[in-house]
Design a binder for this molecule. Structure first.
Ligand SMILES: Nc1ncnc2c1ncn2[C@@H]1O[C@H](COP(=O)(O)OP(=O)(O)OP(=O)(O)O)[C@@H](O)[C@H]1O
Length: 336
């Protein structure tokens, strides 16, 4: 488990103090894919760099398992960092080395394996990321997605217990992003590796992460299971980041609601109810006439979910009774 407690970091910039992190606390369970999202300047890079102490916080604590990293000397940290993998936005590969030699590099630094063992480990890693056929190429001969695969293989070389990803897909096109996210999900499943990533892209959180923390001006303003945060976002920053993903929230404010002239329901279906004709069933029971206004059926990680906005007139029950009736069918209903 990773525990971050009251992490605070200020910079001074032209004599002005900038608060990059303000008492940030997180708890990340082993084997979780944990996303940290925020707008530019929110403090994401500072936070991820504090997790492996590349950046020293002003105060607060970082623990990985039993290791209190914030109490470690620089020498102890150098040792410990070998088991904290890091993947970078711009790959940071060594241009003069081949693919295989880039992946081999951290093994050489660690100095624990002999040459044959290193070769075997490199083969294993290249197979894991699907680059066996490219091992003799240099980075300049690879696509962006292939370069990131090399970056991931290199980060896994010393069998880390944590993988930190710093905007790992931000330099990639959408299709390549999908394939890298699928690879990270695969690695998480196969190796039970804890992954912490920072991103400004809610789609990355939605496709890959189990848990999320939303950063704003150096503070965690919201955190929880991705499915809960995405479907019931509480903070304005989360809502605005979500508005870019095509989920229904935030739609239909003010004047539209007035123009429809009936109560409007927001229905949220998660898991099995998303695949059932719940609206039809409740509609018959409550004598509903429904005016569908907007809807989504999609997935958060592997969980299906749906959201509907509908104007309703109910002839057999009071509209205020509908949330309880829908709740019996496993569907969350809010009367807007
Ligand atoms: N070395 C530095 N010196 C001074 N201020 C800094 C330094 N690094 C970061 N900051 C400031 O700290 C705040 C948080 O920056 P940080 O880079 O962590 O945010 P971010 O969320 O990663 O942003 P981005 O997505 O743009 O990279 C910003 O106001 C930034 O200007």
């Amino acid at each position: 488990m990773i525990q971050v407690r009251d992490l605070t970091k200020h910079y001074s910039h032209h004599g002005r103090r900038v608060a990059a992190l303000e008492r940030v606390s997180l708890r990340i369970d082993e084997g979780t894919i944990f996303g940290i999202i925020g707008r530019s300047g929110a403090g994401k890079s500072t936070l991820i760099r504090c997790l492996n102490l590349l950046e020293r916080p002003d105060s607060g604590e970082v623990r990985i398992g039993d290791d209190a990293l914030t109490a470690y000397s620089e020498r102890q940290l150098q040792q410990r960092r070998q088991r904290i993998g890091m993947v970078f936005q711009h790959f940071n590969l060594l241009r003069s080395r081949t693919v295989a030699a880039n992946v081999r590099f951290p093994l050489e630094l660690a100095g624990e394996l002999d040459a044959a063992q290193m070769d075997a480990r490199v083969d294993e890693l290249l197979a894991l990321v699907g680059l066996q056929d490219h091992q003799h190429k240099r980075p300049a001969q690879l696509s962006g997605g292939q370069k990131q695969r090399v970056g991931i293989a290199r980060a896994l070389a010393n069998r880390p217990d944590v993988l930190l990803c710093d905007e790992a897909t931000s330099a990639l096109d959408p299709e390549t992003t999908d394939s890298i996210l699928a690879l990270l999900a695969d690695i998480n499943r196969q190796l039970r590796l804890t992954i912490v990533l920072i991103t400004h892209d809610m789609r990355v959180i939605r496709q890959l992460c189990d848990e999320v923390a939303v950063l704003d001006h150096g503070r965690v303003v919201e955190q929880g299971r991705v499915i809960d945060v995405l479907l019931q976002p509480q903070h304005a920053v989360t809502q605005s980041l979500l508005a870019e993903t095509g989920l229904v929230q935030g739609a239909l404010q003010g004047q539209w609601r007035e123009r429809i002239g009936t109560p409007v329901l927001k229905l949220t279906f998660v898991g099995e109810p998303a695949l059932q004709p719940v609206l039809d069933k409740v509609g018959r029971e409550a004598g509903l006439r429904v005016n569908l206004l907007a809807g989504t059926l999609s997935e958060i990680k592997a969980t299906p979910f749906g959201q509907l906005l509908a104007g309703v007139v109910a002839s057999d029950v009071a509209v205020s009774a509908l949330p309880d009736i829908f709740a019996r069918e496993g569907v969350r209903c809010e009367v807007l």
